[in-house]
Design a protein around this ligand. Structure first.
Ligand SMILES: NC(=O)C1=CN([C@@H]2O[C@H](COP(=O)(O)OP(=O)(O)OC[C@H]3O[C@@H](n4cnc5c(N)ncnc54)[C@H](OP(=O)(O)O)[C@@H]3O)[C@@H](O)[C@H]2O)C=CC1
Ligand SMILES: O=C1O[C@H](COP(=O)(O)O)[C@@H](O)[C@H](O)[C@H]1O
Length: 529
């Protein structure tokens, strides 16, 4: 049964907890402990949980990868991204304590002796555990090419028969529809669904979780959430750095598999799905796929929101690849990238949802590496007001900024203060750090690893969801991969720019209108108008 969280302003049923919580006797094994994800996200998240007292009592973390390194090097790497900007001695001491919980062992990903060795290492640690069974959480911070052998050998050699086992697998789950199906069925041979946690860390981000509350706890929002009010929606991911150091991985996958097919599509599905019956994990995950039948006459239209999205057409795609500029290297300058690679590092795609609510509204998903800023946001642009008393005034826009600096702001028109009677654009601004001054927002990976420790699947990806997601993207991915003729050439854009020069016209042809020129942020000086 879902438990309740009581707040001064209301009661929200908390997410369902489907499994038991690991409270003690727990081992967390991080595969790929030498890698980028492990050092940038996994270990900092584990430290965050440790610091805040959320890891199970007497937990031990084992790092595993092929790289040979001693414990000192392992600790150096895995703590290098833990933030302690002011050299706080308390945090420094906690980092030292955290290192003591953790050990490293190297081995291969494809032979049983390596995994038997790991099993012996784990059993030696578990000798000190008291009573009841053991809990083992296996985290695969690895490229998808090794998910299958690792999950198989873990099951064969490292699975606790006297306790609970869980496995966390990272995106991308395959490279297209067929490889995803193959991957899922291979994983299923060793791991049951309730033991498997498919992570898409965007589901752990505060503002992505907030979408459910913003939409369904506010009548004002819900009323405007459809084709009658909304003209177009953009979901954008911008990173100011390139693929430095990850060129080998990236060139095989590209920006669509890295960001759009998973992170941005997850955001889209939560933004557009119908109201779930409850916050229980299966209800939420169902609603991302099924439109609820809120009226008997709609009985024949029980379609899934993701299933209502047809595969993306080639003409709805804009691809880009960054080139060197301002002293920064281009994508092709990376030694691990083939010199003639046409792998896109930027993509904008338009998706259409063929259902009653969203018919005709373009959803533009766009993502790029080496752009001019770090920003992830949802921008819902409303339609024009009825012409007549107003002419050429700015459109309303609801912007949900996922990162950095979480915020929700609504751009609206107001009367120019003073004697004049004309409308000027301004905004109602809910910037979290100004409004909620005493709250720490957990990193997405902290929230999700904690969910896995609790046995809560709410924010993890279900297998049938992946099938639908890949159907939307597979045709254009095959085209980009050259499976259907010559590979499309991405448009070049300078490192640090806004993206390919064709971007503005791509968005404008879908109905997006820029704000009137007098809009200025964060303040407007009326005397200048
Ligand atoms: N980096 C990030 O910010 C994010 C990454 N992810 C996902 O996490 C997973 C891991 O990503 P990331 O850490 O960046 O990747 P890495 O390329 O850093 O790989 C992780 C580790 O896996 C091993 N490895 C790398 N390539 C191969 C290979 N071809 N065959 C066998 N082992 C290999 C290496 O360890 P060793 O050689 O020591 O065994 C490496 O240190 C991916 O699925 C990615 O999509 C998800 C979100 C964010
Ligand atoms: O999954 C991935 O996400 C990161 C960006 O994550 P964020 O939480 O910092 O927004 C991205 O850099 C990486 O390429 C990708 O694999």
């Amino acid at each position: 049964m879902a438990s309740m969280t009581r707040t001064r302003s209301g009661t929200i049923p908390s997410m369902e907890t489907s499994g038991h919580q690991f409270r003690d006797n727990t081992l967390i094994v991080v595969f790929g402990a030498s890698g980028d994800l492990a050092k940038k996200k996994t270990y900092p998240a584990l430290f965050g949980l440790y610091r805040n007292g959320y890891l199970p009592k007497d937990v031990h973390i084992v790092g595993y990868a092929r790289t040979k390194m001693d414990q000192e090097e392992y600790h150096k790497r895995t703590t290098s991204y833990i933030k302690n900007p002011n050299d706080d001695p308390e945090v420094a001491a906690q980092i030292e304590e955290f290192k003591k919980l953790s050990s490293y062992i190297s081995g291969n990903y494809d032979d049983s002796p390596s995994f038997q060795n790991l099993a012996r290492h784990m059993e030696a640690i578990e000798k000190s555990y008291q009573g009841r069974g053991v809990n083992r959480l296996f985290y695969l911070a690895l490229p998808p090419s090794v998910f299958v052998p690792v999950s198989k050998y873990v099951k064969e050699c490292c699975y606790a028969t006297n306790g609970t086992n869980r496995i966390i697998v990272e995106k991308p789950f395959g490279k297209d529809l067929q490889s995803c199906r193959d991957l899922l069925s291979s994983l299923k041979q060793s791991w049951k669904e309730d033991e498997t946690y498919r992570i898409d860390h965007y589901l752990g981000k505060e503002m992505v979780k907030n979408l459910l509350v913003l939409r369904f706890a506010n009548v004002a929002m819900g009323a405007a959430w459809d084709k009658h009010s909304i003209s177009n929606v953009q979901i954008s991911f911008k990173e100011p750095f390139g693929t430095e150091g990850r060129g080998g991985y990236f060139d095989e996958f590209g920006i669509i598999r890295d960001i759009l097919q998973n992170h941005l599509l997850q955001v889209l599905s939560i933004l557009t799905m119908e109201r779930p019956v409850s916050f229980a994990s299966e209800d939420i995950r169902d609603e991302k796929q099924y439109l609820s039948c809120s009226h008997a006459s709609f009985r024949s239209s029980q379609v899934k929101v993701l299933r209502a999205i047809p595969p993306i057409k080639r003409e709805d795609v804009l691809l880009g690849q960054y080139v060197g500029a301002n002293g920064k290297p281009g994508y092709l300058d990376d030694d691990t990238v083939p010199k003639d690679s046409v792998c896109p590092t930027f993509a904008a795609t338009t998706l259409w949802i063929n259902n009653e609510r969203w018919e005709g509204v373009p959803f533009i998903l766009k993502a790029g590496k080496a752009l001019n800023e770090a920003k992830v946001e949802i921008r819902m642009q409303f339609k024009d007001v009825t012409q007549g008393i107003f002419k050429d005034i700015s459109r309303n826009e609801l912007v949900i900024r996922i990162q950095p600096s979480e915020a929700v702001y609504l751009k609206l028109n107001t009367k120019t203060p003073g004697y004049a009677f004309r409308a000027i654009p301004t905004e109602m601004d809910l910037t979290y750090k100004r409004r909620f001054t005493d709250t720490k927002i957990p990193e997405a990976y902290e929230a999700l690893i904690l969910d896995a420790i609790k046995g809560d699947h709410s924010n993890f990806v279900r297998d049938d969801e992946l099938d639908v997601a890949w159907k939307i993207f597979t045709p254009i991915l095959h085209w980009i991969d050259g499976k259907e003729g010559p590979r499309p050439k991405p448009s070049p854009y300078p490192y640090g720019s806004r993206g390919p020069k064709e971007l503005d016209s791509f968005i404008e042809k879908l109905g997006y209108k820029r704000a009137a020129e007098e809009y200025s942020w964060p303040t407007t000086n009326v005397s200048n108008l």
